[in-house]
Design a protein around this ligand. Sequence first.
Ligand SMILES: *Cc1c(COP(=O)(O)O)cnc(C)c1O
Length: 440
Amino acid sequence: MNYYSTNQQAPLAGLHKAVVKGLAEDRGLYMPERIKTLPKAFFDHIDQLSFQELSYQVADAFFGEDVEADALRQIVYDTLSFDCPVVKVTDDIWSLELFHGPTLAFKDVGARFMARLLQYFIRQEGKELVNVLVATSGDTGSAVANGFLGVEGIHVYVLYPKGKVSRIQESQFTTLGQNITAIEVDGVFDDCQTLVKNAFMDAELNAKMRLTSANSINVARFLPQAFYYFNAYARMKGQGLLSYDDAGRSNLVVCVPSGNFGNITAGLFGQQMGLPVKRFIAANNANDIFYQYLQSGQYDPKPSKQTLANAMDVGDPSNFARVYDLYGGSHERICAHISGATYSDEQIMAAMRECHAQTGYILDPHGACGYQALVEGLQPGEIGVFCETAHPAKFKEKTDAIIGGDVEIPARLAKFMEGEKKSVPMSKEFEDFKAFLLKE
Ligand SMILES: *Cc1c(COP(=O)(O)O)cnc(C)c1O
């Protein structure tokens, strides 16, 4: 299958090129040329399939032309070594828990899939080591590092700003060893990003080593996020929770706490493949660019504001280009599929407190936006699922203070924190970083 750029100015790319390059030459985002609809029989019997098996069938629709069936099945099964269950919060609000992976956030799914697909292409070529460079302000680095951990043929360099990431976050990429090198840059996040960008543009470096990024806009990180929406539907159907109107539409509403809009866009792709979701809600924190777009039809990016749900602090969501393209640039069509919500930090805290008091369920600040949007937005007869995008223990101090409790730290998170930190100190000068890479 070919991929085109949302900017329409770059040549079509095959999957291999789209994955290795990430961004098209015209700086647009890659979109698959076709979105295949899955057969009715698949949806009729989906509740009898395991998460891994139904995900393989979804993956086959996107990647089946480019990856051999056995290899693709292996990639999907390896990626999904953990569950993404739906858990009841109230009678009509369910949580799609996406935090059961190694770093306790949904980005694990995409990062693990991308690492394995990249490895498949490298093996096919029989080529030398590929080096993944990633700049992080916290969570992306841990998902990418853990996604690629132990994957042969790939070395990952995670660049992060010294003293600017939480201890929990830092431990998730500095204690791994093996094929992961953490680089502690004496600067801010933008300095890390500049070092990575300069490396990709440096002719000498690129002649001597193969460099690639694992950006969240990469099709191999973004599309696999569709898997768990199909799983949510399957598990809810299996429990007899859904109903259908005469046109066969279900009453399922899916709500996604959104920042860069990659996660929700994968769900929208699922709906285009025939997944019977009635409608989507994009829940924003105070960074409400998309919410404002829905109201006005004007897309007006702004500098991001710092909030309690900081993984959603995005002032110019990159995947807006994909949403726009998916619906042919029509504001009306976008509004017909997605509605919006936006919450201040005070409202997020109130949602966390009220949900905990009324149901006993502990939300993280991101999931809280999703939950609250369902509390306020569900119509009679609808049933809602929100993505719980991270485990509340990742934000333990804040969460404990807000709900007045003591969130239990899962064993796999505690293990990171016990590990020994190893990192390479680095100045923010490109010449130093380059010299280091060339010596490696
Ligand atoms: C990345 C992230 C989000 C936002 O997801 P997008 O795909 O960027 O919209 C929400 N919650 C958490 C916990 C995240 O890490």
